[in-house]
Design a protein around this ligand. Structure first.
Ligand code: SF4
Length: 343
């Protein structure tokens, strides 16, 4: 067993930027051919990027389910040190937190940025500004860039990666998704993404519908992770400092009152994918004010129900990954109204 405990705890922003690199790249950032880079945005004219299949013109006011437009609506670009050790290690990862979401989980731990009914109009950035902020973080020595909740912004993700590559920057790109992705869209990311970090939230269609408005979640998540597996296999090669270079880590957040759902997810992964995949079992759930009085979701996870899931993980023969400490729920409280959401 190579399971380790990790705490999703302290996150800070580094300020030791290499200003020479930033200055040198600034000339090239100004020269980025925005029109050419954003050509791929045409698919947002009749958006079928995710399984919601809205066919919405995201350039118009008539938006789809996710309410996301055709620009770069980003709540935060920051260094995050609270991910799995192979992702954020001690240096951290440059995470790009997109606004809106194609799932609307009633318990969402990042609801400040993901809720589609909120006004996110102040969070639009230009591509150059996005690139500038990423470059500033990469100049501190960080070599991983993570796209968080990217499923409804895949064309924007490709444009950001292309722009960074145009500047000669090739960090490890991480696709940190809720798992509700079209498999063909995941196929289109093959040459862009190095590490997939998908959630696998539900094995139960009813819970998918009740909690995330997506009855087909289990089948969709399974199919999209199958495509990730085709691309990357089960191995997770690390560099000398312990950072993943490519591969897949499947995350599963255990919900209070639903150990049977978690057991079902683990059985689907072992049965339909592989028990050699890296699993990140997470206990950091905490009730947001939206579900404070919910019968199941209105409390934190209990050790007894968490241990049932951990035991099943072992029984199924998973040997790669991480099991989060139960106390993590006390440490994971992002506030996206702060400049540094995780501090
Ligand atoms: S990305 Fe948004 S607009 Fe496009 S299909 Fe999904 S929910 Fe609909």
């Amino acid at each position: 067993m190579r399971y380790e405990m990790f705490l999703n705890t302290i996150v800070t922003i580094g300020h030791n930027r290499n200003s020479t690199i930033v200055k040198d790249l600034e000339k090239n950032i100004k020269r980025l051919d925005i029109d050419q880079l954003t050509e791929t945005f045409q698919e947002l004219r009749a958006c079928r990027i995710c399984p919601r299949d809205c066919n919405a013109d995201r350039f118009s006011g008539k938006l789809g389910y996710c309410k996301a437009g055709a620009g770069f609506s980003i709540s935060s670009i920051c260094i995050h040190r609270g991910e799995e050790p192979a992702i954020s290690g001690s240096k951290g990862i440059c995470n790009i937190f997109f606004t809106h979401c194609n799932l609307q989980c009633i318990y969402c731990q990042n609801h400040q940025i993901s809720c589609n009914t909120l006004d996110h109009s102040l969070q639009h950035m230009s591509l150059q500004e996005v690139i500038r902020q990423i470059v500033a973080i990469l100049s501190t020595g960080i070599n991983m860039v993570g796209f968080v909740s990217p499923s409804h912004y895949v064309p924007q993700v490709k444009v950001i990666i292309n722009a960074l590559r145009t500047l000669g920057l090739n960090p490890v790109f991480v696709y940190n998704t809720n798992g509700y992705d079209r498999p063909e869209v995941i196929r289109s990311l093959e040459s862009y993404i190095d590490v997939y970090l998908p959630d696998f939230k539900y094995s139960d269609d009813g819970l998918g519908k009740k909690y995330s408005d997506a009855k087909d979640y289990p089948a969709i998540a399974l199919a999209s992770i199958q495509e990730m597996l085709r691309q990357k296999g089960t191995a997770l090669p690390l560099d000398a400092s312990g950072y993943a270079q490519k591969g897949i880590i499947i995350r599963h957040l255990v919900l209070p009152g639903h150990p049977e759902n978690s057991i079902g997810v683990l059985r689907m992964i072992a049965g339909e994918l592989s028990n050699e995949l890296h699993i990140s079992l997470m206990s950091q759930y905490y009730p947001t004010h939206q579900v404070m009085h919910h019968d199941f979701l209105g409390r934190k996870l209990k050790w007894k129900e968490y241990s049932i899931v951990v035991n099943e993980l072992e029984r199924l023969g998973f040997e790669n990954g991480w099991v989060q400490e139960l106390e993590s729920a006390d440490h994971y409280r992002p506030d996206f109204e702060r400049e540094e959401p995780f501090r």
